[in-house]
Each structure stands twice: as C-alpha cells, then as structure tokens.
Write a protein that binds this ligand. Structure first.
Ligand SMILES: Cc1cc2nc3c(=O)[nH]c(=O)nc-3n(C[C@H](O)[C@H](O)[C@H](O)COP(=O)(O)OP(=O)(O)OC[C@H]3O[C@@H](n4cnc5c(N)ncnc54)[C@H](O)[C@@H]3O)c2cc1C
Length: 399
C-alpha cells in the first residue's frame, strides 16, 4: 500500500511511523520543514531551555524506516480528481491514499499592529525572534522592558507567563542587570484564566501566577499595538515585548479548495466517521473538526485510527468508526508546579508537575526513537534544575 502524508507534525509523523511498521507499505511524507517540532515545550526554548527538547530532525526520526520517504516541500494545491498534489518546488506528487495533517496557523483577529509588533510562539523562527529579544536586551544592552505582556490565558499563555519572569530574573542575576521590578502581565479577554477548564482550576492557577509575581488581568480586550504601546480596554501599556498566544485558525489550504473540503463553523474540516474528508483523502489532528481537536494527544489518536483502518481495509475488513477520546490536560505553572485535569480529577502542585513530566516523556516517545526521546526529555530538565534538586539540597544540608 502506498500512503502519502502531508505535514511532519504530531499527526503526520505518528501516522508515518505506524504505517512503516508494515514493511510492505510505502510512505511518502511531504512537509515544509526538515524538523519535527514539539510544540508543548517550544516556548521554553525562548526562556533558557535547550532547543533539543523542542525540535528534532525528521531524518533522525525515520533513520531506521527505509519505507518512509521524506520530501521537504511546501504543498500549495491539491486535485482530488487527478489525485495530484502541487508543491512550491514545482513538483507534482501523485497519491493513492492521502493523509493531511497541516496544523493550524496564527491569527490576530484583525487587531491592528499585532502582526507587525507582537511576538509569536508557534514556530522555530518566532521563538528565535523572541529569544533574541529577551536575551540580547538583557545580556548585551543591560536593559529591561517596562512591561512583558503575554496575551491569552490559555495553557500556552499561562506556561509562558510563569516561565518568563523566572528567566528574566536569572538573566539579570547572571549579567548583573539591575532588576527593580519586573512586570509580567497576562491579559485575557475572558472573565477568568483557562476559560475552558473548571473554575476551581482557574482559581488555583490565578493564585499560583500571582505568587510568581504575574499580574493577571482578565476581562480585558486588546485593541491595538504600535511600536511602543499596547492598548488594552482603552488603556495604554508601555511595552516592546508583547507576546501573542491567543488565536489560531485552520490551515488556509482547506479554505482554498472549497470543492474538495467542507468546513465546519470553526473552520476545521468536516470528516466522516473514518476521518475521511473526500474519497481517499483523510484529514487528522488540528485540521479535523473532531470533538477534541487542537491537542497533540488527539492528533496522535487520529493517526493511530487511520493507520489501523488502512491495515484492516487491506485485509478486506471494514474500517472501525472513529471514537473521540478526552485528552488529559497538564499545564506547568512555573517550576515544580502544574495542574492536571481530566474529567472530575484535578491535581495541583508538585504531583501535577511530576505527572506532566511523565506525560512529556510519553509524548516524546510516541513520535521519537527511544534514545532521542530520552535525550529530548532530559534536555527539558537542564534548566529547570528541577523537581529533585531542592530536595537533594535539603538532604545534603541535613547530612
Ligand atoms: C505553543 C503550543 C503549545 C502547545 N502545547 C500543547 C500541550 O501542552 N499539549 C497538547 O496536547 N497539545 C499542545 N499543543 C497543540 C499541539 O501541538 C497540536 O495539537 C498538534 O501539534 C497538532 O498536530 P498536527 O499534526 O495536526 O499539526 P502540527 O503538529 O502543527 O503539524 C503540522 C505540520 O505540517 C507542516 N506544514 C504546514 N503547512 C504545510 C504545507 N503547506 N506543506 C507541507 N507541510 C506543511 C508543518 O510544518 C508541520 O510539520 C500546543 C500547540 C502550540 C502552538
């Protein structure tokens, strides 16, 4: 069986790995970047962590899979009648069966100035820009911004605002920069942080953020940004470091092909009970209008579903119906503290942080070879210094 996959993220890589287990399968993976990006820890590369935990070359992932052929190319068009894919390099790829996992793109909801002045955290380039901004200003110019503003109190905004203050303090200490009072502000339009989580979780997380010195400003709307200021609910905030974590929209390739794809209200692609959008074209992960779309765990689950169904169909069996699975939410808020939420279960603090570290290991090992997964996971502890160090220090002191 020959399967073509577009997108080298969680969904695409997992589908390729799963299909590659059957050496009779031939897999073509077309993706626009040579690396796999582990988004859950991507932001931490801008706050002092090693990038090894966040992006891994695809060549390393597929080194032992001779039946996977990776093409680094940007897909620009699709023809479902001739079963062809058009790419930016000018190449036309033919497919028999296609799996699409292109991920989402950042959107600024038309708020003036954000696209020009705000920092994003969705890809390596954006992260490098932010990293330079934070690092160079302090390390080389010995200068601090008046306000570090994070827009959006979803999981990413929460993690980032908790991490950024600690990072800036560390840099200041290291480079001897006078850090009067670092103002990290988290701005959210909804009336509480983590609006999709249980109100208890929002309260706990707000308390934790305040303890870390983050100013939590909910019910506030960002109106515009210029080179020096962000206007929030009519009030100016002086800042050159505004980080946008709020909006994502489905990949524009789908809207550009209305004769192939039907879009749901949220812009994601409508799929049938086998994740098929149209004959022989399957859409998975962030692109599919499934109940828990937008999470890496869902993308992996979708990839496993389509791969298993392809194997069943090859044997002449009927494909199984897609079953949405509620993912576990695990959000770190500073060092040694995280909230874990699943149905009615809520765990806060160090226990949550340990669970999140375990979840990261599972996440890495789903898509990376074991050795690389261990390496990436360990890289995440380099800076954190971590859950055990303070405990070890206490033990040593007692001795
Ligand atoms: C900052 C951040 C933090 C996150 N934290 C978490 C978390 O803690 N837990 C969690 O479960 N989820 C988290 N997510 C969500 C999770 O990362 C996504 O749900 C997951 O990556 C979706 O997988 P996917 O395969 O659908 O898309 P992606 O992983 O985004 O992969 C899309 C791939 O398609 C490629 N591509 C895009 N356009 C083209 C094109 N035209 N041609 C060829 N290739 C193309 C991209 O380069 C990429 O390789 C986070 C997301 C972000 C942005």
């Amino acid at each position: 069986m020959h399967v073509t996959i577009i997108g080298g993220g969680f969904g695409g890589v997992k589908a390729a790995l799963e299909l590659a287990k059957n050496t009779k399968n031939r897999i073509t993976l077309i993706t626009d970047k040579p690396d796999f990006q582990y988004y859950p820890t991507l932001y931490s590369s801008a706050t002092g962590h090693s990038h090894a935990e966040s992006w891994v070359p695809l060549g390393e992932i597929f080194a032992d899979h001779v039946n996977v052929h990776v093409y680094v190319d940007e897909v620009t068009g699709l023809n479902a009648t001739t079963k062809t894919i058009h790419a930016a390099s000018g190449t036309t790829y033919k497919y028999d069966v296609l799996v699409m996992a292109l991920g989402v793109v950042t959107t600024y909801f038309g708020i003036p100035g954000l696209e020009t002045y705000a920092y994003g955290i969705k890809n390596v380039e954006e992260i490098q820009r932010l990293k330079q901004r934070l690092f160079i200003d302090i390390a080389e110019k010995g200068r601090l911004d008046k306000n570090y503003v994070i827009i959006g109190a979803g999981p990413t905004g929460i993690e980032l605002s908790a991490a950024i203050g600690t990072y800036i303090k560390r840099l200041c200490r290291h480079y001897g920069v006078n850090r009067h009072r670092i103002r990290v502000r988290l701005v959210e339009a909804a009336p509480r942080v983590l609006p999709r989580s249980h109100p208890h979780t929002s309260r706990h997380v707000t308390r934790r953020l305040k303890k870390l010195g983050v100013s939590v400003e909910v019910g506030k709307r960002v109106e515009k940004e210029n080179a020096h200021q962000l206007i929030v609910s009519g009030n100016p905030i002086e800042s050159h470091t505004v980080i946008w974590t709020s909006g994502v929209a489905n990949h524009p390739l789908y809207a550009a092909h209305p004769h192939i794809f039907t879009l749901a209200k949220n812009g994601r692609v409508v799929v049938d009970e086998h994740l098929q959008a149209t004959k022989d074209v399957y859409v998975i992960g962030d692109n599919a209008a499934t109940p828990f779309t937008g999470l890496a765990q869902t993308a992996i689950h979708d990839a496993l579903t389509v791969a298993a169904n392809f194997e069943r169909m090859k044997k002449g069996k009927k494909p199984r119906k897609y079953r949405a699975v509620l993912p576990v939410q695990a959000i770190p808020v500073g060092s040694r503290w995280a909230v874990v939420e699943w149905r009615w279960i809520r765990i806060y603090g160090l226990a949550g942080a340990l669970l999140r570290r375990a979840a990261d290991f599972v996440g890495y090992s789903e898509v990376l070879p074991f050795g690389t997964a261990i390496g990436a996971w360990k890289a995440a502890t380099v800076y954190e210094n971590d859950y055990f160090t303070p405990t070890l220090r206490r033990i040593r002191k007692r001795k």
